[in-house]
Write a protein that binds this ligand. Structure first.
Ligand code: DX5
Ligand code: ZN
Length: 226
């Protein structure tokens, strides 16, 4: 096992009446970055967060902002999300025939380029793109909502992607997004994930952000210890 798996809390399940506080709690509890789920009501059914939220989160944390664009025509909006303070700009393979160009533009601006794979999209869809990517998000739910059940088929995909990245000698990191819990986090780590996104497992009524993150980290430390 190499470096410890990092956690990316997704604010989609946060209490938006006190968003700043929730982001600071996640930062204090050791979040690697803050994951922001942008949905346009077209690529996925719901409309969620947009530029004002990215700008607001930017003002309360120095953590990298991991912007997950679940939108059509992402090339029209990627620049605005970078201007708003996004650090990792993640675009869905299914929404972007010119993902190569977007990724180059993101890197040209000194940001990190990410690509996301829906559960039904094979890893082969981005094999040629990997050298242009800092991150791949493997969706373990069909995007649109937090609190859905983890799709087990994400794990063999992560294993295949891990092999492709390692064989190519690349540093592209793998993030798993959707349905992550303390129960399946160890399997995600063992499959080769570098970062785990979690919304409902971090922001919920059953524990504080710190308690919930330490539950995840504790589950991960058991695998990492062997
Ligand atoms: C799903 C989003 C996820 C979601 C995760 O469409 O991309 O980031 O917020 O939520 P949980 O962790 O509750 O599955
Ligand atoms: Zn997401």
């Amino acid at each position: 096992m190499t470096a410890a798996v990092r956690l990316a809390p997704s604010i989609l399940s946060a209490d938006f009446t006190r968003l700043g506080e929730q982001v600071r709690e996640a930062e204090a509890a050791g979040a690697a970055c803050i994951h922001i789920d942008v949905m346009d009501g077209r690529f996925v059914p719901p409309i969620t967060l947009g530029l004002p939220i990215v700008e607001a989160v930017r003002r309360v944390t120095s953590l990298p902002l991991d912007v997950h664009l679940m939108i059509e025509q992402p090339e029209r909006h990627a620049g605005a999300f970078m201007d708003a303070g996004g650090d990792l700009i993640n675009v869905h393979v299914e929404a972007a025939p010119h993902l190569h160009r977007i990724a180059r533009e993101v890197r040209r601006r000194g940001k990190l380029a990410g690509a996301c794979l829906n559960p039904g999209t094979p890893v082969a869809a981005l094999e040629e793109l990997l050298p242009e990517l800092d991150q791949v998000i493997v969706m373990a739910v069909n995007p649109g909502w937090s609190g859905q059940k983890f799709i087990e088929g994400a794990l063999p995909k992560v294993r295949r992607l891990r092999r492709m990245i390692d064989e190519a000698g690349l540093a592209t990191q793998i993030e798993i997004d959707g349905g992550v819990t303390a129960e399946n986090a160890p399997a995600c780590a063992a499959a080769g994930a570098d970062v785990l996104v979690a919304a409902s497992a971090v922001f919920n009524d059953s524990g504080s952000v710190a308690e919930n993150m330490s539950r995840l980290r504790e589950a991960l430390s058991r695998v990492e210890a062997g």
